[in-house]
Design a protein around this ligand. Structure first.
Ligand SMILES: [Cu+2]
Length: 175
C-alpha cells in the first residue's frame, strides 16, 4: 500500500557571522541546471564554533536536504532547533563520537511541535574526519520524518582532507 508522506525540510534560518543565511521556500526544492549545480547551503564552523538556528517545517514541492554542516575536531556546536511541525521531533547526529545524553546527541529527547531546543556539545579533539548525517530520531516519527525529507550532511573536516585524491577532488559548492 502506497503511503503519502508529508514533505518536510530543514531550513537554516540564521548562521553565525557573515550576516546570516536565509532560505525560503523558493530556494528549496527547485530544480537547478546541471552545470554549476547548487547543492545544499553550507554552514561552516568559525573560530571553533558552529552556531546556527535550524528549523524543521513542512514545505510543498520536492525534497531538499537541509544545510550541509561542517565542523572540525575540537569545535563547539550550538544548534538551536525549532520544530514547526505538528508533531514531535529531535535531531540525531548520526555517527558522531559525542555524548549521547543531556543536550548533545540525545535520542530520548522529544521536542514537541511548536517548541525549540538548544543543542550544545563539543566535537572531541581526536574525532575522525568523515561524512556524517543529522536527522530526526524521535521514536514513533523517525520513518515518516526521514522519508519526508528531514536530514542533512554533516562533514567533520580533518586528516582525510589531506589525502592527495581528496584534495584533487572537486566538491559541490565546497570551494
Ligand atoms: Cu541515524
Amino acid at each position: 500500500m502506497a503511503r503519502n508522506f508529508p514533505r518536510h525540510s530543514f531550513l537554516a534560518l540564521a548562521a553565525a557571522g557573515a550576516g546570516g543565511l536565509v532560505l525560503g521556500r523558493g530556494a528549496l526544492g527547485r530544480a537547478q541546471p546541471s552545470a554549476g549545480v547548487a547543492g545544499p547551503a553550507v554552514i561552516r564552523s568559525s573560530g571553533g564554533l558552529l552556531d546556527l538556528d535550524l528549523v524543521a517545517g513542512a514545505t510543498p514541492g520536492s525534497l531538499s536536504p537541509g544545510p550541509r554542516l561542517e565542523v572540525r575536531p575540537g569545535d563547539a556546536v550550538r544548534l538551536r532547533f525549532r520544530n514547526t511541525l505538528e508533531e514531535p521531533s529531535t535531531i540525531h547526529y548520526h555517527g558522531l563520537h559525542v555524548s549521547p545524553g543531556g543536550s548533545a546527541d540525545n535520542v530520548f529527547l522529544s521536542i514537541p511541535g511548536g517548541e525549540s531546543f538548544a543543542y550544545a556539545f563539543e566535537i572531541p579533539a581526536d574525532h575522525p574526519a568523515g561524512l556524517f548525517y543529522y536527522h530526526p530520531h524521535r521514536h514513533g516519527t523517525v520513518s515518516d520524518q526521514g522519508f519526508g525529507g528531514l536530514g542533512g550532511m554533516l562533514v567533520v573536516r580533518g586528516e582525510l582532507d589531506e589525502l592527495l585524491e581528496v584534495r584533487a577532488a572537486r566538491g559541490r559548492s565546497s570551494r
